[in-house]
Design a protein. Structure first.
Length: 187
């Protein structure tokens, strides 16, 4: 990825490589592992001076999925490194878990939880480290092949390491979906 804003004297190049390996242990149990690196080259030009910086971050991840007849479980641990938009890389470490249960032939429920540790890979003028988590149950009803409804709740919490008060939110969502007739045209 190459970003250039000549009017403000910023040029940024982002290069990354990630390798993944998927292993199905059985028809109902699968694991995915990945490893990689991401590097960011920045060049700032202000007042005739040019400053060059280089940030490097390591990527890693693993996901485990297990399914039974009516239940599925997923656990995941990842480290992502992404450009912030402010000229530095952000490292995000995430632990995630989910369980989904088929309640009847037309209804299912799920619970998803995520935990994040976030830190910039450069210290000056970047935001502070933060810790956050969210958790949310969902209920889905497929009353016909064409119509379905989803109702969900989500609680989220964020704490920055700058001494500020934690931030939290509650949200409720409702979605009605129609998978109507398909349109096709042939000659």
């Amino acid at each position: 990825m190459n970003y250039r804003a000549a009017s403000v004297g910023v040029q940024s190049k982002n290069v990354g490589l990630q390798l993944s390996w998927v292993h199905p242990f059985s028809e109902t149990f699968e694991a995915t592992f990945s490893v990689g690196v991401r590097e960011l080259f920045n060049e700032f030009s202000t007042g005739g001076e040019t400053q060059k910086e280089r940030d490097l971050g390591w990527l890693a991840g693993g996901t485990v999925r297990k399914t039974w007849e009516r239940t599925s479980l997923r656990g995941e641990a990842t480290r992502q490194v992404d450009p912030s938009g402010g000229g530095y890389l952000i490292e995000v470490n995430r632990l995630s878990g989910a369980i989904e249960q088929e309640l009847t032939q037309t209804t299912s429920g799920s619970l998803v939880a995520n935990f994040y540790l976030t830190r910039p890979l450069r210290g000056e003028l970047s935001p502070p480290d933060s810790t956050s988590y969210n958790i949310g149950p969902r209920w889905t009803w497929n009353w016909t092949e064409a119509w379905s409804m989803l109702i969900g709740y989500r609680y989220a919490w964020l704490k920055r390491d700058d001494g500020s008060e934690p931030i939290y939110s509650n949200s409720i969502s409702w979605m009605l979906t129609y998978h109507g007739l398909g349109w096709s045209k042939s000659r």
